[in-house]
Each structure stands twice: as C-alpha cells, then as structure tokens.
Design a protein around this ligand. Sequence first.
Ligand code: IDP
Ligand code: MG
Length: 137
Amino acid sequence: MSIERTFAMVKPDGVRRGLVGEIVSRFEQKGFKIIALKMMTASPELVGEHYAEHRERPFFGGLVSFLSGGPVVAMCVEGEQVVSEWRRMMGATRPWDSAPGTIRFEFATTVDENVVHGSDSADSAARELGLWFKGEL
Ligand code: IDP
Ligand code: MG
C-alpha cells in the first residue's frame, strides 16, 4: 500500500460552469478521501508561485490572471496512488489528447480552460499542499 496525498483543484472555469459537484463526486465514487476542501479566490502571487515552473512560458501571464480571476475549489485528497490516479482521472493537459471518460475529455475543449488541476508528482503535491493549505492540514 502506498497512501499518498495530492493537491487537486477545480479551476475558475469549472466553478463558473457548475462542475464542482461533478468533480467532487468523481473522488467520492472512486473511493478517495477528501481531507480538506475550500472555495477561495487566489491572489496572483499565490497562483504565480503555484505555477512557478511555467514562469518563462508565453502563456504564464494569461494563466495567472485566469486562475486568480475567480473562485476555485482547492482540495487535499488522500488514497492509494492518488497522485498518478488523479492525473489519469483528469486526462491530458490538452483536452484533444485526453482519453474518453476523463474529466478534460468530457468537459473541456481548450488547453487554457481545462477545468481541473492535479499535482504531477509526490514532491509537487507536498509543495502545492504547503502553498494552498499552509498550516491547515
Ligand atoms: P497540467 O495542468 O496538466 O499539469 P501543465 O503543463 O503543468 O499542465 O500546464 C499548467 C496549465 O497551464 C495547464 O493546465 C493549462 O491550463 C495551462 N497551459 C499549459 N499549456 C498551455 C498553452 O500552451 N496555452 C495556454 N495555456 C496552457
Ligand atoms: Mg502541471
């Protein structure tokens, strides 16, 4: 058994479109445990730190203003292999590359508004949970 925690988020497009229940229920149906969940509007500073690896990319400015431009739902989710499993449940970054049945396949058409986030490794999960749930877990 490898019980892990990951950082998952419903991005502003997902919240605006009323997909929070759909996303949360996927964790519940699967059997992963939601340890913490909060709706919040993130500052540009927090989003910039979250996406620090993309700082030099041309889409960085737009990404930060989009992610800080409306409420998100931030979650800490626990379960066996949850870091990679949640990535599989989300689907590929570019919705047209994602597999049928995944969230990004079913609910997104563009890469800049792709509904959900999930940490890409155990190290990223620890870093991101520290940022979004500082002192709360
Ligand atoms: P991920 O969300 O699947 O981990 P990353 O490559 O880490 O994908 O990119 C972070 C986020 O940045 C993506 O989810 C997407 O919202 C945005 N993004 C990535 N590539 C592009 C792009 O080429 N144009 C616009 N936005 C992008
Ligand atoms: Mg990523």
